[in-house]
Design a protein around this ligand. Structure first.
Ligand SMILES: [Zn+2]
Length: 157
C-alpha cells in the first residue's frame, strides 16, 4: 500500500506534524491552493503562494522525507474580479510546471456570482481547451454544504 495525501495544506501545518506523516509512511502529497482567503488580498499574494508551493514547500517536503506536488487555484473569497482575471492569465504558465498536478481547490461553497464564474472558467479550461490540452480531468467530487446540491474538488493531470 502507498500513502499519498491528495489534499494536504502543508503551508498551514507545522513541520513536526508533517514529519510525523512522513514517519508514518507518507510518500507524497498534493498541496491545494486554498479557495478561500481570510482578509483582502491581491493577485500578487496568490502568485506568491503558488511560488511558495513550488519552492519552499517542495524543498521542505524533501527535507522531511516526502515529495510535494501542488494544485493551482484562484480563491473566490479574498480577491476581487480584476485580480482573478490577472491570475487566469498567469495560470497557463504555472500549469506547465511538472510539480503542478492539479487545478483547485474549486467548488461552490457560497454560490455567489463570482464563485460560479471561477468554477465555470476552471471547468471549461482557461483559455478554453487548456484542461483538455494538459490532460486534466475532474476527480473526487466532494459534497458541498448541505442543501446546495453543488459540488467541488480538483482537476488533475
Ligand atoms: Zn483544502
Amino acid at each position: 500500500m502507498r500513502f499519498i495525501d491528495a489534499h494536504l495544506h502543508t503551508d498551514m501545518i507545522e513541520d513536526n506534524q508533517l514529519q510525523k506523516l512522513a514517519m508514518m509512511g507518507m510518500e507524497a502529497c498534493v498541496i491545494p491552493s486554498p479557495h478561500m482567503f481570510i482578509g483582502t488580498h491581491s493577485a500578487d499574494t496568490v502568485l506568491l503562494l503558488w511560488e511558495r508551493f513550488l519552492t519552499m514547500e517542495t524543498t521542505t517536503a524533501r527535507t522531511l522525507g516526502y515529495e510535494a506536488f501542488t494544485s493551482i487555484g484562484i480563491p473566490f473569497f479574498g480577491i476581487n474580479h480584476a485580480d482573478a482575471e490577472c491570475l487566469l492569465k498567469r495560470l497557463p504558465d504555472f500549469l506547465k510546471n511538472e510539480r503542478v498536478v492539479a487545478m483547485g481547490e474549486i467548488g461552490m461553497d457560497t454560490g455567489t456570482e463570482f464563485e460560479e464564474f471561477l468554477f465555470r472558467v476552471v471547468l471549461q479550461g482557461w483559455p478554453r481547451g487548456l484542461c483538455q490540452l494538459l490532460g486534466l480531468i475532474l476527480v473526487r467530487p466532494l459534497p458541498a454544504r448541505a442543501g446546495t446540491g453543488l459540488w467541488g474538488g480538483f482537476l488533475v493531470r
